[in-house]
Design a protein around this ligand. Structure first.
Ligand SMILES: [Zn+2]
Length: 204
């Protein structure tokens, strides 16, 4: 009885190659095939590595796009920070640069941000009053993550070494780091400046 008949309807053909009586029908490369077979673990690892490569490529494109949204002064500082992180073996990408009001409102709704007065928004200007004049604080912000982790896995811990490295390099180029805040925002770096009001008034 042919093996194919015996297995009919059982959906099992994996025993076929092991049957000695059939070996003469099998091309040489098929006989060697079991030696080359990938285990499920190896296949999963290969799939995971491929997915990770695709994720890194996609995030690098996103990062380049976000970098374009920045002013030259802020961009060069962010790029210096990223080069330093790369030399330490990290894969840094800018996940968020400038946001629209709608995008920021969505972040607040999702609980990722707690303020609409964020420097991710070009329109943010925080008013202050001093003795003889009024001024506003304006700024720019970026969220920098490692493309392999983003905010998950090891990166979900505030003391993950990528965040510490990011904070250190940010400080060295004069950027404020969100990891030092009361509500830590470890991916966040920003650069602020003061603009005096167009209409200076004496505040009594
Ligand atoms: Zn941010």
């Amino acid at each position: 009885m042919a093996l194919t008949d015996r297995n009919k309807g059982r959906g099992e053909f994996h025993g076929y190659l092991q049957e000695k009586s059939h070996l003469h029908f099998i091309p040489r490369q098929w006989k060697e095939a079991p030696m080359l077979r990938l285990t499920p673990t190896m296949l999963n690892a290969a799939r995971l590595a491929k997915r990770q490569r695709q994720q890194i490529d996609a995030l690098k494109i996103r990062s380049a796009h976000e970098l374009k949204s920045m002013t030259d002064d802020f961009r060069w500082r962010v790029e210096v920070v990223m080069r330093h992180l790369e030399t330490k073996g990290w894969v840094p990408v800018v996940f968020h640069g400038r946001r629209t009001t709608v995008q920021q409102a969505e972040k607040v709704k999702q609980g990722y941000s707690h303020t609409m007065a964020s420097f991710h928004l070009a329109s943010t200007a925080i008013p202050h009053s001093a003795i003889a004049f009024n001024y506003v604080v304006k700024g720019e912000a970026a969220d920098i993550v490692d493309a392999r982790y983003l905010w998950s896995g090891s990166a979900s811990h505030l003391n993950f070494s990528f965040w510490k490295d990011l904070g250190g390099y940010a400080k060295s180029v004069g950027l404020a780091w969100g990891g030092n805040w009361k509500k830590p925002d470890v991916a966040h770096v920003q650069l602020t400046h003061i603009e005096t009001s167009q209409d200076p008034r004496v505040v009594v």
